[in-house]
Ligand binder design. Structure first.
Ligand SMILES: *[C@@H]1O[C@H](CO)[C@@H](O)[C@H](O)[C@H]1NC(C)=O
Ligand SMILES: *[C@@H]1O[C@H](CO)[C@@H](O)[C@H](O)[C@H]1NC(C)=O
Ligand SMILES: *[C@@H]1O[C@H](CO)[C@@H](O)[C@H](O)[C@H]1NC(C)=O
Ligand SMILES: *[C@@H]1O[C@H](CO)[C@@H](O)[C@H](O)[C@H]1NC(C)=O
Length: 479
């Protein structure tokens, strides 16, 4: 860009920055819209919320026609996903062509598609190499099918990867390189991305750095931390997000593609399920991240604008908690579409809540609670275990929002979560006669006993779905 143009662009950015966020303002940051909820919100309402908040980019984890349909003609830019369990299928070019025809071409110009994410963190160490063989061929087939369909210029196939695909032996970004066991594969793949004008998509989680190591310097997880590490050439890092990003940039350079564009596919902070997962720290992280993005300062090695998708929109109560109890609490919105804390997507730190999802309908105002008067309490442990295994007790642990409950409320919490998840079916509030339905709000300070939302139209059967029916039968048989 010529200096004068750059100056003008800078002035325009300043002008934009000076005006508070208003509906319709272009907010550069994207969001991940996951779908692992027992009670998903109506996609048309979610899209209304996105527009009201000026969010102009979303990343999905599949190509479910339900949310995709709501995004048609919305003007919102979309990244669709192909789940890991479909990668093998996409190794056949015919299947890749069918995928593109059904999930891309069929929508024509109505869908503002920018990327197709082929797999999701397929090289995660936890997958034991299960997708090592199938990911790259799937990527090639999808890009080829996009090209053949005539949309390859504007739609790029990418592979969102976890930051564990690269390493740095001495924790310095300048020493970054791809993980030795996948170095050859990564090198071929990034060259392919480069040749096709596609970016590298990486997920970066300072929260996980903190979670995974007790020795991790706490302040370094944030952007205002007053903690620095020094790298070669007098470069200083004040936060792990930048250090992590530049570790990747250095790895790309070693792989021969120093200029490959990088997109952050996921960045965020959970609000429950761990001692470091709460509203205060989440807000601190997002405030710092969004302010940084708004200034287009980039990182020491890659100054300038950054493309980032926040993770994620909603709490997802069906997510696996194998990585940790915090997994179900990544939303910047609650399960029912309410903003959890003030967040200013324009990075100006305005103390304002985002607009909620409109038109959310709830189940009746009733809770399932422990029946103190129950005579036989011998079956309590088994019932609590069952409720927690099939429901969600991730807010009960040490340092979490419902950790302070007394024993009775603790039991009620477990019972209620299960009951709500089962659409308040009376059979899901029995627990061997240990539970009863109550119309008194059982919530306490800081600990919400939720009422579930009405299962959004046309998705789950009204009342008890078949899965819930099976579970209810299982309760009767086993507890
Ligand atoms: C299109 O995407 C949906 C949702 O991810 C998937 O179930 C379907 O199999 C895809 N279509 C084809 C032909 O692969
Ligand atoms: C990976 O291997 C570990 C240990 O052998 C095992 O517990 C785990 O289930 C495996 N995961 C997958 C996704 O295969
Ligand atoms: C409440 O439940 C949690 C999770 O099951 C458990 O760790 C905690 O000890 C319980 N607290 C009380 C007071 O029973
Ligand atoms: C129950 O009480 C909590 C905490 O006071 C509140 O946030 C929640 O909205 C209430 N629920 C209902 C359904 O009134």
């Amino acid at each position: 860009m010529a200096p004068l143009l750059r100056l003008l662009a800078g002035a325009a950015a300043l002008l934009l920055a000076a005006s508070p966020a208003m509906a319709g303002d272009h907010v550069e940051v994207g969001v991940n819209w996951g779908s692992q909820l027992s009670h998903p919100l109506l996609p048309t309402s979610v899209v209304k919320m996105l527009k009201a908040n000026g969010i102009s980019r979303v990343k999905l984890f599949d190509a479910d026609p339900w949310p995709v349909g709501a995004l048609l003609d919305s003007g919102i830019e979309v990244m669709l996903g192909i789940p890991n369990d479909m990668l093998e299928m996409m190794n056949s070019y015919g299947n890749a062509k069918d995928w593109v025809s059904e999930n891309v071409t069929a929508y024509g110009d109505k869908l503002k598609l920018k990327y197709v994410a082929v797999g999701n963190e397929p090289f995660l160490k936890a997958y034991n190499g299960s997708f090592m063989r199938t990911t790259f061929p799937a990527l090639k087939n999808i890009q080829k099918a996009l090209n053949e369909a005539g949309v390859g210029d504007k739609v790029k196939a990418v592979v969102p990867l976890n930051a564990d695909v690269y390493v740095s032996p001495d924790d310095k970004p300048s020493s970054g390189s791809f993980r030795p066991d996948i170095n050859d594969l990564m090198t071929d793949m990034v060259k392919f991305l480069h040749d096709h004008g596609a970016p590298f998509v990486v997920n970066i989680y300072p929260f996980l750095s903190l979670y995974q190591s007790d020795d991790f310097p706490f302040e370094f997880a944030f952007f205002d931390g007053g903690r620095n590490i020094q790298d070669k050439g007098g470069i200083s890092y004040s936060n792990v997000f930048d250090a992590n990003y530049d570790t990747l940039v250095n790895a790309l350079e070693k792989a021969g593609v120093p200029n490959l564009k990088v997109i952050v596919g996921e960045a965020g902070w959970p609000t429950d399920g761990n001692k470091n997962a709460n509203l205060k720290l989440a807000r601190r992280f997002y405030d710092g991240l969004l302010e940084k993005l708004s200034k287009n300062e980039g990182t020491p090695v890659r100054p300038g604008k950054m493309e980032v998708y926040l993770f994620g929109l909603f709490d997802e109560d069906m997510k696996s908690i194998a990585p940790g109890n915090f997994e179900r609490h990544w939303g910047i919105f609650t399960y029912d579409g309410k903003p959890k804390f003030p967040i200013d997507l324009t990075g100006q730190r305005h103390d304002k809540l985002l607009s909620p999802v409109p038109d959310v309908e709830y189940l009746p105002h009733q809770w399932c609670v422990f029946d103190d008067g129950a005579k036989d309490k011998s079956k309590l442990p088994g019932n609590i275990q069952y409720a927690c295994a099939s429901g969600d007790c991730t807010a009960l642990g040490y340092g979490c929002s419902c950790n302070g409950l007394d024993e009775k409320s603790n039991i009620s919490y477990a019972f209620n979560m299960y009951f709500q998840m089962q659409d308040q079916d009376v059979r899901a509030c029995d627990f061997d006669g240990l539970a009863k339905i109550s119309d008194k709000n059982a919530s306490t300070r800081g600990c919400l006993f939720p009422i579930q939302v009405l299962s959004a139209g046309g998705r789950a059967a009204p009342g008890l779905g078949w899965a819930a029916a099976l579970l209810a039968v299982a309760v009767m048989l086993f507890v």
